[in-house]
Write a protein that binds this ligand. Structure first.
Ligand code: ATP
Length: 298
């Protein structure tokens, strides 16, 4: 028997990064949104843990580890440890989320693996336990389980749903060369940023109002200066997105993916068509969408 679970990419509509903590993480005040770009993880019972990875279209998956470092296998082991069971599975990951793009693709795979294995083996893990295991695997993993739009605190692992009446559309412009999240945070510290933790302020009202012009003024990413410091050429993508008519351009997490806020689906497609003359890959994605969910039992 196999189970396939689909989990979404995340973007941060607001990413406030506070001072470094003694445990090495930064305190975050963030608003996540799950967008319609997905990885599918298929789990099948097997005598030992294995993982295979494929990428849709031109997606480069060469940096994704195929051993125990793969976060989907780490998720599987964390789940079996939690239940004290000695089982293993073959995991097959079909990626559509760009790797090291600031879209938390690895976290999506971990969340999908947790849900797939929980169902495959009928472990009946409680939501609270699943969220706790997810939080230990990575700061963005609990959100990949929950999806929608959510406020994240702590190091991002504590999530609560946010009222969002919008049907937002994003143009997604990935970059060939990934950016290490750790390197961006190190640069953030080196620049002496993050003395205070910035709260989302007007963002919650804008989400409830479902009005793109209103949302555009509330999007914010504290990491943008650090990412641009490491990769100054990324500023050109921001300019191009704004010049083609986006309400706002937003760096996704630690980058290098940029997002353009569109007014609706047609506007997103028009902008994507214009940007496609300069950028090899331009995607359109709606948000918010559901968190990790079963798509097939076979
Ligand atoms: P972060 O979640 O740290 O913000 P990101 O969204 O920028 O990261 P990911 O696609 O999650 O980037 O991958 C970050 C790194 O994690 C990759 O470069 C890779 O080495 C490692 N990794 C481990 N498992 C996976 C996986 N299943 N998919 C993608 N990357 C993985």
């Amino acid at each position: 028997m196999s189970i396939t679970v689909r989990a979404p990419a995340k973007i941060n509509l607001h990413l406030g990064v506070g001072p470094g903590r003694p445990d090495g993480y930064h305190e975050l005040s963030t608003v996540y949104q799950a967008i319609g770009l997905y990885d599918d993880v298929t789990a099948t019972d097997a005598p030992e843990w294995t993982v295979t990875v494929s990428g849709s279209g031109e997606l480069d998956v060469s940096e994704v580890p195929l051993d125990d470092h793969n976060i989907a296998i780490r998720a599987g082991r964390a789940l079996t440890d939690h239940h004290g069971v000695d089982r293993a599975a073959a995991l097959t990951i079909a990626k559509s989320i760009p790797v090291a793009g600031g879209l938390a693709g690895g976290s999506a795979d971990a969340a999908a693996a947790l849900v797939a294995l929980d169902r495959l083996w009928d472990l009946q893990t409680s939501d609270a336990d699943l969220l706790a295991i997810a939080g230990r695997l990575g700061s963005d993993v609990p959100f990949a389980l929950v999806g929608g739009t959510a406020y994240g605190t702590g190091r991002g692992e504590l999530v609560e749903p946010v009222v969002d009446h919008g049907q937002w559309w994003w143009v997604v412009v990935p970059n060939d060369a990934g950016l290490s999240t750790a390197a961006v945070y190190a640069e953030y510290d080196r620049l002496g940023l993050g003395e205070t933790l910035r709260a989302p302020e007007g963002l919650f009202g804008a989400l409830a109002d479902a009005w793109p012009e209103g949302l555009s003024g509330e999007l914010h990413n504290d990491l943008e200066p650090a990412s641009l410091d490491l990769r100054p050429e990324l500023a050109l993508t921001k300019r191009d997105i704004l010049e083609c008519g986006a309400y706002a351009a937003l760096l996704s997490g630690s980058g290098p993916t940029w997002l353009g806020l569109a007014g609706d689906a047609d506007h997103a497609r028009e902008m994507a068509a214009a940007l496609a003359s300069t950028y090899p890959v331009v995607l359109c994605a709606p948000g918010p969408v559901a968190g990790a969910h079963v798509v097939t039992y076979a």
